[in-house]
Design a protein around this ligand. Sequence first.
Ligand code: A2P
Length: 257
Amino acid sequence: MSNLNRERVLSVRQWTDTLFSFRTTRDRGFRFASGQFTMIGLEVMGRPLLRAYSMVSPHYDDTLEFLSIIVPEGPLTSRLCRLQVDDEVLVSRKATGTLVHNDVESGRNLFLISTGTGLAPFMSIIRDPDVYERFERIILMHGCRGVAELAYRETIETALPNDEFLGETIRRKLLYYPTVTREDFRNRGRVTELFESGRLHAELKLPAADPRHDRVMLCGSPAMLHDARRYFVAQGYQEGNHSRPGQYVIEKAFVER
Ligand code: A2P
């Protein structure tokens, strides 16, 4: 297991019966770009049992944070959800992924569109000062079934605008749009419908999205990604990659099977 670091759990937070997050120590040699994921897991019967998880924490943080659903019969998450402070977690020494801001061209507005645990990589991205240098506005959409699943809402709404270093930039540039589909809340509806109907732009007083000026990063359930990708491709957005930055990038939120 020489490709794995052993990290210690520092804290655990339960958001709902099926959603939790946890923070661990971070090996000084572990590097990642905002938005990337790594393999993490537990040693089960002498073997590493690993799944892909995006880093929630900013790339410059001393600790690592991860957000997870609980799949009742899932080999890993049914064990991970019992994690306690001081338990050990295995973390790969390498990070990777397609949801990095350098793979989209600089532009006017950057839309980060997520459902469920697809929020995780965007939590890292919205705390990266370099991203704010490249765009006039960053719009974070998070769609869930219920209000309790809108993880990190308080962090985004209250802590980040008051952050000692990034607060001023975040107050000026970050717009957060949480929305739910199966409960009462100030914003209702699917992220795709809100975007495509123009309701999001109207409510946030933004110009209509345009591939010549605006960029999109997508992370969430396969169904949302399928619908969103079809829409953005039809609008003329081209997928970016490391060698050729484009107007959008995409990554599925990792769900245990
Ligand atoms: P809905 O309640 O209408 O299905 P899930 O928990 O199933 O991953 O869903 C998370 C959120 O993503 C829910 O609000 C759900 O809405 C929404 N969603 C599901 N399918 C799509 C889709 N094809 N496009 C956009 N949002 C979707």
